[in-house]
Design a protein around this ligand. Structure first.
Ligand SMILES: NC(=O)c1ccc[n+]([C@@H]2O[C@H](COP(=O)([O-])OP(=O)(O)OC[C@H]3O[C@@H](n4cnc5c(N)ncnc54)[C@H](OP(=O)(O)O)[C@@H]3O)[C@@H](O)[C@H]2O)c1
Length: 267
C-alpha cells in the first residue's frame, strides 16, 4: 500500500487531497494544526473510505525542528512516505507595515521555512530510496506582487521557484517534485487572511472574485502530479495567464494591483 503525507489536511484544498488519495487506496498520514478538524476528517474518511488506513496527527509544521520530528514520527511508525504534499500555508492581508509582526513571521515560517525543511528531510529520504513524489502548493499569487499581500505573494514566488530548483536536483534520483499554482479558491483561506485595515478589506475583495472550489483545485493538482508535470495550473487558461504574467515587470504588476485596490477602497 502506498503512503501519502499531507500537511494542512484538516480543511480546504488539503482536505480534498485527502479524499483523492483515499479514493485511490493510499494510506493517509496527515499533519494539521487543529485537532477538531482532524477529528472531523477522521469521521468523514471512515464513512466514505472505510478500508483506508489513516494516521492523523495534530502538529504545527512551522515550528523549529518540525520537519525532522515528522520524519522521526514516520520512521518510528514504519511509514515510508511515497508522496509528500506540502499544502499547509496561509496569508495575511493588509498594508505590510501595518500587519501584526508575529502573524507575519508565522506565515513566512510556514510557507517558506517549514516547506523547505519538509522537502529537505523527505527529499533526502526519497533520494536514498530512489523513488518518491513531492507536491508543493504554491500559488498564482507568486507571479503577481500584489499590494496588501506583498509578503504572501513573495512567499509563494519562493515556493514556485524553489520547487523548480529542487525538481531539477532530484529528477536524476527518481524523485519527482511538482508545484501546484492555484488561483483564488473557496476555503478558510480568506477568513484566516482577513486584514482589519482598509487595504486588508480591499485586497480581500480584489482576490475573491471568480473563486474555484477546493475540490477542483485539488483534482487538478492530483492529476498533474500523477501525470509527472512539474508546474501545475488548474485550467489551460490559467496556465496561459501565468505565462503572460512573466512578460510583465514585477513593478508594473504591483502598480496595476495598487490601482485596483485603490478603486475598491474608494467604492
Ligand atoms: N485559497 C486560496 O485562494 C489559495 C490560492 C492559492 C494558494 N493557496 C494555498 O493553498 C494551500 C491550502 O490553503 P487553503 O486555501 O486550503 O486554506 P485553508 O482551508 O486555510 O487550509 C490550510 C490548512 O493548513 C493548516 N495549517 C495552517 N497552519 C499550519 C501549521 N502551522 N501546521 C500545520 N498545518 C497548518 C490549516 O490548519 P487549521 O485549519 O487547523 O488552521 C488548514 O488545514 C495554502 O498553502 C495556500 O497558501 C490557497
Amino acid at each position: 500500500m502506498k503512503t501519502v503525507l499531507i500537511t494542512g489536511g484538516g480543511s480546504g484544498i488539503g482536505r480534498q487531497f485527502c479524499r483523492l488519495f483515499a479514493a485511490d487506496g493510499y494510506r493517509l498520514v496527515v499533519f494539521s494544526l487543529m485537532q477538531d478538524e482532524l477529528d472531523d476528517l477522521a469521521l468523514e474518511l471512515q464513512r466514505d473510505f472505510p478500508s483506508v488506513e489513516t494516521v492523523l496527527v495534530q502538529k504545527d509544521v512551522a515550528q523549529d525542528g518540525a520537519a525532522d520530528e515528522v520524519l522521526t514520527y514516520c520512521e518510528q511508525h514504519n511509514l515510508a512516505i511515497d508522496v509528500l504534499v506540502n499544502n499547509a500555508g496561509f496569508c495575511v492581508f493588509g498594508d505590510h507595515v501595518a500587519v501584526d509582526g508575529k502573524r507575519l513571521e508565522s506565515m513566512l515560517k510556514l510557507n517558506v521555512v517549514g516547506l523547505s525543511q519538509m522537502c529537505r528531510v523527505f527529499g533526502d529520504e526519497m533520494k536514498r530510496r530512489g523513488s518518491g513524489k513531492i507536491l508543493n502548493v504554491g500559488s498564482m499569487a507568486g507571479y503577481i506582487p500584489t499590494v496588501g499581500m506583498a509578503a504572501y505573494c513573495a512567499s509563494k514566488a519562493y515556493v514556485n521557484n524553489f520547487s523548480a530548483g529542487i525538481a531539477a536536483e532530484l529528477a536524476d534520483y527518481g524523485v519527482q517534485v511538482s508545484v501546484l499554482c492555484p488561483p483564488a479558491t473557496q476555503s478558510k483561506f480568506m477568513a484566516t487572511a482577513k486584514g482589519d485595515d482598509d487595504t486588508g478589506k480591499a485586497v480581500e475583495k480584489f482576490v475573491s472574485g471568480n473563486m474555484f472550489t477546493a475540490e477542483d483545485v485539488a483534482k487538478a493538482g492530483y492529476k498533474g502530479l500523477m501525470a509527472g508535470k512539474r508546474r501545475i495550473s488548474v485550467t489551460p487558461m490559467l496556465r496561459f495567464s501565468m505565462f503572460m504574467m512573466q512578460l510583465f515587470s514585477p513593478d508594473m504588476l504591483a502598480n496595476l494591483t495598487l490601482k485596483q485596490v485603490k478603486k475598491l477602497k474608494a467604492a
